[in-house]
Ligand binder design. Structure first.
Ligand code: FES
Length: 328
């Protein structure tokens, strides 16, 4: 599942803050029109930040006919890897490279009902999904949680679109989503789509299975979790390349390997596809697995690590050989 994106030059046509921490970008290709996309699609953005090339994926917000370009929304994460901070420093007219739209999170149109569950900035793909389902007259419910009510991005247009089928909750008010209630209300054959932190996905998955639902009817996209351990710098040894590297708190393992000229297969860069997993040869410390690709058992064994999102406290020795199964 290696990405087949084509890269193109683009510029920022418009900016708008939709909440104090979420900024919307309208991006237009330098040549030609934006390609059409289906609900659930994302755009990859490539930025040069202080000589470092950063690649980030952002879900496309809304339907292609809503804006004269690609519409994404970026949450500013002060403790992130620097991608969102770099995006927030951009102004209208600034250039960047963008991919053509990709979609690993497509809607299944034949389901008798659809439940959308979003956490925080995970609302972004749900906007187009909700719009498209309503447009086709298909039953949809959207559960949307954020830390505070002021962080509920796009809540107003979604309320206008969905009415009571939109259920929001703000954790700082002690509110929690009634996941079990929403799942129990679904007819047989319904689908659920989840986008949010790994913890939200785990909660939905647990209740979905407890309700006797089929796992293939649960589809998800995550943006990784903050991890179980504090984000700190760590050391990496790569004997195959006779290289010793340091991953700073603001960098990801894959970025540091790539900057050292070590190629790592990748696609989603958010811990879902597993393409970037590397074999662990030795570990002096702990791995903070922040992906949703490896199973709980695999995470406990610490024999593999997803280089795009997971981190280490201490030192790790890796083999970066491309694996046969990743190429098939
Ligand atoms: S690139 Fe997909 S899990 Fe790392």
């Amino acid at each position: 599942m290696k990405s087949t994106s084509h890269w193109q030059s683009a510029r920022i046509a418009a900016l708008r803050d939709v909440t104090p921490t979420v900024r919307e970008f309208i991006i237009t290709p330098a040549h030609g029109a934006a390609e059409r996309w289906a609900p659930g699609a994302h755009l990859m953005v490539r930025l040069n930040v202080g000589g470092r090339l950063l690649t980030r994926s952002y879900s496309l917000v809304g339907l292609p006919e809503d804006a004269a370009g690609y519409r994404i929304a970026v949450k500013c994460l002060m403790d992130g890897h620097g991608g969102s901070r770099a995006m927030w420093q951009l102004a209208v007219g600034d250039s960047m490279e963008v991919s053509t739209p990709q979609n690993h999170f497509p809607l299944a149109w034949l389901a008798p009902a659809t439940l959308l569950v979003a956490g925080g900035i995970g609302i972004t793909p749900m906007v187009s999904m909700a719009q498209a389902l309503v447009k086709r007259g298909l039953p949809v419910t959207l559960l949307y949680a954020a830390r505070t009510s002021s962080e509920l991005a796009f809540a107003e247009p979604l309320r206008a679109l969905l009415g009571d089928a939109l259920v929001t909750c703000a954790s700082d008010c002690g509110e929690v989503l009634d996941l079990s209630g929403a799942i129990d209300a679904l007819p047989a054959g319904a689908q659920v789509y989840v986008c949010g932190p790994a913890g939200l996905l785990d909660a939905v998955r647990q209740r979905w299975l407890a309700a006797g639902r089929q796992l293939p009817s649960l589809r998800f996209e995550t943006f990784g979790s903050g991890g179980q351990l504090p984000t700190a710098g760590f050391e990496v040894s790569v004997p195959r390349h006779q290289t010793e590297l340091h991953v700073a708190p603001g960098q990801s393992l894959i970025e540091v390997l790539e900057a050292a000229g070590i190629e790592v297969m990748n696609d989603c860069r958010r811990g879902e596809c597993g393409l970037c997993t590397l074999d662990v040869l030795a570990l002096d410390g702990e791995i903070d697995h922040r992906d949703v690709f490896l199973s709980a058992d695999e995470k406990q064994q610490n024999k593999r690590i997803c280089a795009c999102v997971s981190r280490v406290v201490g030192r790790i020795t890796l083999d970066t050989a491309w694996r046969e199964e990743a190429l098939s």
